[in-house]
Ligand binder design. Structure first.
Ligand SMILES: Cc1cc2nc3c(=O)[nH]c(=O)nc-3n(C[C@H](O)[C@H](O)[C@H](O)COP(=O)(O)OP(=O)(O)OC[C@H]3O[C@@H](n4cnc5c(N)ncnc54)[C@H](O)[C@@H]3O)c2cc1C
Ligand code: FES
Length: 259
């Protein structure tokens, strides 16, 4: 698949290190949780979740994302996708719990909206380092109830999303959707396992991608060999039992890197 040329029509500064780039067409059939391969010309092609049908929300961490931050309205990048398996949508009347940390809120904001439109009651636990880093609080609040945690206590519960989860009755939810930094995902995974709700939980994983379409094997996870780009990036909790989650990932050369 050749990349589509996406012209930037609007840039929102969400926080000092996170920006949303809206482009000039919509991926009408995208499932929340799916990703696109973003071709930053002359630098690299990197995976990004879709934060709406016509946007990506980017945290500046390295070379490609820094180059994206230099782009202005009217500039463009290439897009392939959407690819992969997104979050399962709830049925009418089901209760959905969303657990989002940092830029992990990006693919979960459209999921909250889609779940609400499907007739689900949506609750979100939204975590970030501090109040200024909370992403899409308004979008989650429009979909339902929001619990907030910040590491520094500047808003909501002081601590991590797991501190909020400790006080919630998780048995009332039909579905639980999780995305965030791997350290957060793995502590949420342990908590959900202890509370025996893993079989109704889904987690979005990030690994180093090369092809993005299931061919090269760069993103396979141990021990199952599942490809994050094709079989995921969203996996059920049961699929991740006895996996590398929270222990290590692989770099561009395939070497293990400790999480
Ligand atoms: C399915 C999927 C969906 C993703 N969705 C999003 C999204 O919606 N928004 C978003 O901002 N990012 C997302 N990412 C992560 C994004 O692809 C990487 O942050 C990006 O590839 C980094 O490229 P870079 O060239 O800027 O950094 P590099 O130059 O490759 O790395 C620079 C430094 O940043 C560190 N780094 C690299 N990746 C990450 C990371 N994921 N988290 C923290 N540190 C990292 C590296 O270890 C290195 O030290 C997603 C990844 C996957 C696999
Ligand atoms: S990135 Fe090539 S198989 Fe997943």
């Amino acid at each position: 698949m050749l990349p589509l040329n996406a012209t930037i029509v609007q840039i929102n500064e969400e926080s000092p290190l996170v920006r949303t780039f809206f482009f000039d067409f919509q991926f009408e059939t995208m499932e929340p949780g799916q990703f696109v391969m973003v071709w930053v010309r002359g630098v690299d092609e990197v995976p990004m979740g879709l934060s709406s049908k016509n946007s990506i929300t980017v945290q500046k961490v390295g070379e490609a994302t820094s180059k994206l931050f230099e782009l202005k309205e009217g500039d463009s990048f290439g897009l392939r996708g959407p690819f992969g398996k997104g979050f399962s949508l709830p049925s009418e009347g089901e209760k959905t719990l969303i657990i989002a940390g940092g830029v992990g809120a990006a693919p979960l904001a459209p999921y909250a909206e889609a779940a609400r439109s499907a007739g689900s009651e949506v609750h979100t636990v939204l975590g970030a380092r501090s109040a200024g880093d909370l992403l899409f609080e308004k979008r989650f609040a429009e979909a339902g109830k929001v619990y907030i945690s910040t590491d520094d206590g500047s808003k909501g519960t002081k601590g991590f999303v797991t501190d909020v989860l400790t006080d919630l009755d998780l048995s009332v939810y039909d579905r639980i959707a999780v995305c965030g930094p791997e350290i957060m995902i793995s502590s949420v995974f342990r908590l959900l396992k202890d509370r025996q709700v893993l079989e109704k939980s889904e987690f979005s994983l990030q690994r180093y991608f090369k092809c993005g379409i299931g061919v090269c094997g760069a993103c396979c996870i141990d021990k199952s060999g599942l490809r994050v780009c094709r079989d995921g990036p969203v996996f059920s909790g049961v699929q991740l039992l006895d996996s590398e989650l929270g222990k290590y990932a692989r770099d561009a050369s395939g070497r293990r890197v400790k999480i």
